[in-house]
Write a protein that binds this ligand. Structure first.
Ligand SMILES: [Zn+2]
Length: 170
């Protein structure tokens, strides 16, 4: 895809511009998800499909533990700056940034070290097909189940607050 329709991109920029720096993070997530769901026909192909927008659109945000995520006020200020600065043609950067922001808002972070790049800090997901706890590296994106086995592409989904409580992570 060369560009998003300018009108569609401006829709998200206007919604984001109304967010104050004190906006609850749950509201920030809602603004992104509403825009993605309203415009799914423009977000069906690449690069959005590569970044899992079909999976993101199906998040049940009512069960997502946004209050436990590592997202901070400085992240919100950065989010607003980036969205307002990007242009409709920057589809690759937009897709990646929105995917990263949703993951930051919707997952908790743990002090695990990435076995691949050795960075500290991994995000918690749940295996789509096996329900296993999984970790995804913040830096390189490598992911594995808690037993060390490799995660297949598209194999993870967002953990609910209940699942995280059962595991004892929140
Ligand atoms: Zn890594």
């Amino acid at each position: 895809m060369r560009s998003l329709p300018i009108r569609i991109w401006h829709e998200l920029q206007s919604a984001v511009a109304t967010l104050s720096d004190e906006a609850p993070f749950r509201h920030v997530l809602a603004v992104i998800l509403i825009w993605i769901r309203n415009n799914d026909k423009y977000l069906a192909g690449e690069p959005f499909s590569v970044y899992g927008f079909d999976r993101i659109a199906k998040i049940d945000e009512r069960v997502i533990p946004v209050e436990y995520s590592s997202f901070e006020v400085s992240d919100l200020i950065n989010f607003k700056n980036v969205i307002l600065k990007r242009q409709a043609k920057d589809v690759e950067a937009i897709a990646r940034f929105l995917r990263d922001t949703v993951e930051e808002l919707a997952t908790v972070e743990v002090d695990e070290q990435c076995p691949k790049c050795e960075s500290e800090g991994m995000r918690v997901f749940i295996g789509r097909h096996n329900g296993l706890l999984a970790y995804q590296c913040n830096v390189c994106g490598y992911s594995q189940y808690s037993d060390g086995s490799r995660v297949a592409s598209g194999g993870l989904e967002f953990a609910s607050e209940r699942q995280l409580r059962e595991i004892g992570l929140i």
